[in-house]
Design a protein around this ligand. Structure first.
Ligand code: AMP
Length: 422
């Protein structure tokens, strides 16, 4: 299958060629012709599948075919859960529209609104936005959504997870009654299906390779370890392996900061990326990581969404996630594009139930190792959480039972998942 056969215009094919893509990915093969026909789409696809081009390319083609206004108006709106993903999608839109008369911009919170407002005033065709800043600027009268023709909700499951459902509904209420709506989500939960029935019109369902197929390519390993020995173990693994580019996940922002400081004290260059960091600090950390001046990037799940870091050799879960799907997202950062990757998880006794849920989801028993000197604590409680229960939900019980300070702190801080991880 070639991009030509999908019905894309010469200008887009040229831009695709400039990106060096030789053939469409499975999601692109399926979604592009449907979107070109004007269909609504419910697509299941994760980061790394090429989903962004999957909706951007046909969207740009439809916009460029219908161009006739004197003044540019927002005709396509792409909503993403995080600033990083918004910036990433914007970068994609810009490169694919290189040979088209299409202007795009991105707006998100955490930065001064003035330059964003100035760009909007000049007029754009494609707007990429996070929900909060979009509604904020709309309320202030800086933008109108009444000319939107195409709406994309990217990583919709994550948006619901982050509590954006009301914002999304409000945004939809500001659009004209007839828009082409595209919903992309890594998972099809009950809530996603409900949202889809509410705002998609006879959607075509596009599903590409089940999540496990990504997982198959990745060499996964568990290190059983005492909680207070995790930092020592991760430093040993990175130092002795002489790893140059490692993405480390922690469950909390504070955990990310703490680990980052300890890495630096141990002589390993590291930076943390999470919701409390300014946009400038995040961009700098990511640039340092990509250019290899920073060996370790410590991230929380939400901050890591949308980060485009190709061919990452090592991903380490300093703490495994309490939501199993996040594990698949995390390790999907390695082993991309057929390259082999390694995903290691440091698991302490209290994470046992999370590990069981993850193994059920990925459908394999992940090989386990114990490193001498970093053995698990035989007396630590396994804190049995009910399967599927989020960490914050049984805090009081968890706190009372726990005899470990670090566990206490982690759980207290994560009582509000949204605040904690955004
Ligand atoms: P995404 O899933 O949209 O985050 O895309 C993941 C990565 O795949 C990005 O770095 C894209 O530039 C890249 N990509 C998208 N489509 C293709 C393609 N057809 N061939 C090769 N790489 C692609």
């Amino acid at each position: 299958m070639s991009f030509q056969s999908l019905g894309l215009s010469k200008a887009l094919l040229k831009a695709i060629n400039n990106q060096g893509y030789t053939a469409p990915s499975p999601i692109q093969e399926k979604a592009i012709p449907l979107i070109l026909k004007g269909k609504d789409i419910l697509a299941s696809a994760q980061t790394g599948t090429g989903k962004t081009a999957g909706f951007t390319l046909p969207m740009l083609q439809r916009l460029s075919q219908g161009q006739s206004q004197k003044r540019r108006k927002v005709r396509a709106l792409i909503i993403t859960p995080t600033r990083e993903l918004a910036a990433q999608v914007h970068a994609n839109v810009k490169s694919y529209s290189e040979f088209l008369n299409i202007q795009s911009t991105v707006i998100f919170g955490g930065v001064n609104q003035r330059p964003q407002v100035a760009t909007l005033k000049r007029g754009v065709d494609v707007l990429i936005a996070t929900p909060g800043r979009l509604l904020d600027l709309q309320n202030q009268g800086f933008l109108s959504l009444s000319n939107v023709e195409i709406l994309v909700l990217d990583e919709a499951d994550r948006m619901l997870d982050m509590g954006f459902l009301r914002d999304i509904k409000r945004i939809i209420s500001l659009l004209p009654s007839k828009t082409q709506n595209l919903l992309f989500s890594a998972t099809f939960s009950k809530d996603i299906k409900k949202l889809a029935t509410e705002f998609l019109y006879q959607p075509a369902i596009v599903e590409v390779s089940p999540e496990n197929s990504t997982v198959d390519k990745i060499n996964q390993k568990i290190y059983r370890v005492a909680k207070d020995k995790k930092t020592g173990l991760i430093i040993k693994l990175i130092s002795e392996g002489n790893w140059k580019q490692v993405l480390v996940f922690t469950r909390t922002k504070h955990g990310a900061n703490r680990l980052c400081k300890k890495m630096i004290s141990a002589g390993i260059s590291a930076a943390a990326i999470h919701g409390n960091k300014t946009q400038g600090a995040r961009t700098k950390a990511l640039a340092g990581f990509k250019s290899n001046s920073i060996r370790v990037l410590v991230a929380t799940d939400i901050a890591a969404r949308g980060l485009d870091i190709p061919l990452l050799p090592h991903v380490i879960n300093f703490e495994i996630p309490n939501i199993s799907e996040d594990y698949v997202h995390r390790i999907g950062r390695t082993g991309r594009a057929g390259a082999s990757g390694e995903a290691l998880s440091l698991v302490s006794a209290d994470e046992t139930s999370y590990l069981k849920s993850i193994e059920k989801l990925v459908g394999i028993k992940i090989p386990t190792e114990v490193i001498e000197g970093f053995e698990p604590d035989p007396n630590a409680s396994t804190e049995p959480l009910k399967r599927g229960q989020r960490q914050g939900k049984n805090n009081s019980r968890h706190k009372k039972k726990s005899s470990n300070n670090h566990t206490k702190r982690t759980n207290t801080k994560s009582s509000n998942r949204n605040n904690n991880r955004r």
